[in-house]
Design a protein around this ligand. Structure first.
Ligand SMILES: [Zn+2]
Length: 266
């Protein structure tokens, strides 16, 4: 083999290597755990205005396409079923307002502490059980207002390196609620939205998280504030964020603990 041939072979190898790098860069699946074969519990109910049954129909379809084993319940009583709670990998809760009993909350809390992930969106995860501060402590934030009702607003991706947001560009949500949240300032914020002065002048330019990740015990918590109407998830970026967030949360039992601490006061 002469030098020219060796050079060509080397160039081909370098080309194959670069192609591999390019493929990895475009494929976030390697960084997220797979949902295939995972056990997912969907719990839905609460305030009817959020159309919990339609939300569950839509999201369960995505999940079944990913190969999950799905348990669906319209009762919070399922949180007291230790056998089911011990067997699942992630809970998706869509339950706006309502009340949770002590036993139901303990069942949910203990499962999450042991490493069951908890994911969800809008009022279904961060405006549930207003009378229960322990629940809010677990989620890392609570809805407090949506100035102007159904409006158009922009979502900015603030952490483009995270596996959940990787490759997603800033986008606009149309004719839906822009959630103003009170949050734990130590959550890892993935996306934000900026408020205008059109309804409440004093909140002009205030920036509020739209998506975050955190831990409670060993359980991964993912929250997305989008989702006033199930049709919100026809916006491709919103669907991607929720599905990837659920996928990330499903890995608590299997993947190493991530550092999600992002204290704004350090
Ligand atoms: Zn809403």
């Amino acid at each position: 083999m002469n030098y020219k041939k060796i050079r060509i072979h080397t160039l081909i190898l370098v080309f194959i290597f670069l192609l591999g790098c390019l493929k990895d860069k475009n494929d976030t699946k390697g960084q997220l755990p797979s949902l295939d074969g995972k056990k997912v519990l969907m719990v839905y109910g609460g305030w009817d205005g959020h159309q919990p049954d339609i939300f569950v129909g839509k999201v369960s379809k995505w999940l079944l396409e990913e190969g999950v084993q799905l348990v669906i319940s319209d009762s919070l009583g399922i949180y007291t079923n230790k056998k089911i709670m011990d067997s699942i990998d992630v809970i998706i809760q869509y339950w706006t307002m309502g009340e949770i009993t002590k036993d139901q909350f303990r069942g949910l809390e203990n499962a999450v502490k042991r490493g069951v992930g908890l994911a969800g969106c809008h009022g279904g995860l961060a405006d549930s059980f207003r009378k229960n501060p322990e629940y809010q402590y677990m989620i890392g934030g609570q809805w407090v207002e949506h100035p102007g009702g159904e409006i158009d607003y922009k979502v900015s991706i603030v952490d483009t390196n995270d596996a959940i947001t990787f490759g997603i560009k800033d986008f606009t949500m149309k004719n839906t609620e822009q959630y103003y949240m009170h949050i734990d300032p130590n959550i890892k914020v993935l996306a934000t939205t900026k408020f205008t002065d059109s309804i409440h002048p004093w909140i002009k330019d205030r920036v509020i998280p739209v998506a975050w990740k955190t831990y409670y015990g060993d359980g991964r918590i993912f929250y997305l504030s989008i989702g006033h109407k199930p049709i919100d998830f026809d916006t491709a970026e919103a669907k991607k964020l929720l599905l990837r967030g659920i996928t990330w949360a499903s890995g608590s039992k299997y993947n190493p603990k991530e550092n999600t601490l992002q204290s704004v006061y350090d």
